[in-house]
Design a protein around this ligand. Structure first.
Ligand code: ZN
Length: 267
């Protein structure tokens, strides 16, 4: 990405894997007596994280004060990004072209949305409503709710969308599934396993269906689903059987049976 044209190998820093000792270029100076330095503990290669930025467009708004006193934006944004990437991706490298994310707090209707910038969609903006933040009740939900919304929107910055062909309900379901599984914030108390509107109703409804798949087909199932959404266009007939061996209708039926069984057990 950087326009450097020098051939020096001095630029890599954290990206370098712990290398073996095949140094080919350093020459001449005779090596001092090899001190048996303890081998550095292999650290897991981190995801390359995008630049994270914060823009508060009205510091006088009550939502701005609540935002700044409920979370620590520098750490919350970084942890949320790490959490999202590790729930969506296996590979230890930046899986999408997203190079920066700017969280913009401004007075606007609704809750939040994510968009590419005018100049370049590799640079994302999350617009979070100051009015929404100001209205979060009870006050002890502020941190969880702000963090949860940020996690949800960050998913949109990084998830695959089958080149724009993924159903909107699945896009929103994956975002809330990550929010459900991120350990940074408790999910909203009103979320529940609701089967009344089909698998692609989106948000928490689809998130719990995805969690069912994760439970039945093993940890990493949603990661595999996201990976498949990065391979090409979404074709429903083959998408689900190729992942889980069943049609989405059959999978949904299994989920509904489980939810109904729980309801009966509770009755
Ligand atoms: Zn969303």
């Amino acid at each position: 990405m950087s326009p450097s044209t020098t051939s020096s190998s001095s630029s890599g820093t954290a990206i370098n894997t712990p290398t073996s000792s095949t140094t080919s270029s350093t020459s001449t100076t005779p090596a001092p007596a090899p001190t048996p330095s303890p081998a550095p503990a292999p650290t897991p290669t981190p995801f390359i994280r995008p630049k994270l930025r914060l823009e508060i467009r009205d510091l006088a708004h009550p939502g701005a004060t609540l935002f700044l006193t409920s979370i620590t934006p520098s750490t919350t944004l970084r942890s949320a990004t790490s959490s999202v990437l590790s729930l969506l991706y296996q590979t230890p490298h930046n899986p999408t072209p997203t190079r920066s994310v700017t969280l913009v707090l401004r007075d606007k209707p609704g809750v939040a949305y994510t968009t590419g910038t005018e100049l370049d969609s590799d640079h994302k903006e999350i617009h979070l409503s100051l009015g929404y933040v100001a209205g979060i009740k009870p006050a002890d939900r502020l941190s969880d709710e702000i963090t949860g919304v940020v996690v949800h929107e960050l998913v949109h910055c990084f998830q695959n969308d089958a080149r724009g062909t993924c159903p909107g309900g699945l896009i929103e379901g994956v975002a809330d599934w990550v929010r459900l599984n991120s350990e940074l914030a408790a999910p909203p108390p009103h979320w529940k396993r609701d089967t009344s509107k089909g698998w692609d109703a989106g948000y928490d409804r689809t998130a719990y269906f995805l969690q069912y798949l994760e439970d039945v087909f093993g940890e990493g199932s949603v990661r595999r689903l996201n990976a498949k959404l990065g391979e090409g266009k979404y074709v429903e007939k083959s998408f689900w059987p190729e992942l889980f061996g069943k049609s989405v209708a059959e999978l949904w039926e299994g989920y509904c049976e489980e939810v109904d069984g729980e309801k009966k057990a509770l009755a």
